[in-house]
Ligand binder design. Structure first.
Ligand SMILES: [Zn+2]
Length: 133
């Protein structure tokens, strides 16, 4: 991936994970990455419209997945697409927890393990410091 594309992706995301909104400045030791929303192996191109900034946890959990299972309806749904969907429509905060408000939101929370206890702890600490969300 060319550096200018990577830098544009970071700026557009305002240096936050586009899935869990964690600011890069407060990430753990593993740096954030520009990821393919539709993975290369599924034919996703390396263009800004298919790239998103993701924290290590979101990127690792998402992998090449395009769909998940809405735990409420037990139905396959596509995952959140940061370029085509608005975060606020699919997710909301409940303290340090991310709540999926739609089938897409619920499936994405599950696949990306957005409420793993370690991640809750990090958000809780940032909330206490008054710097999140
Ligand atoms: Zn994230």
């Amino acid at each position: 991936m060319i550096a200018s594309l990577r830098e544009a992706g970071w700026r557009r995301a305002r240096y936050r994970c586009e899935y869990c909104l964690l600011p890069e400045a407060h990430a753990a030791v593993v740096p954030f990455q520009i990821e393919h929303i539709i993975a290369c192996q599924h034919g996703g191109p390396t263009v800004l419209a298919n790239l998103a900034l993701a924290c290590h946890h979101c990127n690792l959990s998402k992998g090449p997945n395009l769909i998940g299972i809405d735990p409420r309806a037990r139905a396959f749904v596509r995952l959140f697409h940061p370029r085509r969907m608005k975060w606020e429509r699919h997710f909301q905060w409940d303290g340090p927890r991310i709540i999926g408000c739609t089938p897409i939101g619920r499936a994405t929370v599950a696949v990306l393990q957005m409420n793993h206890p370690d991640r809750i702890d990090v958000r809780q600490a940032l909330i206490r410091e008054g710097i999140f969300p």
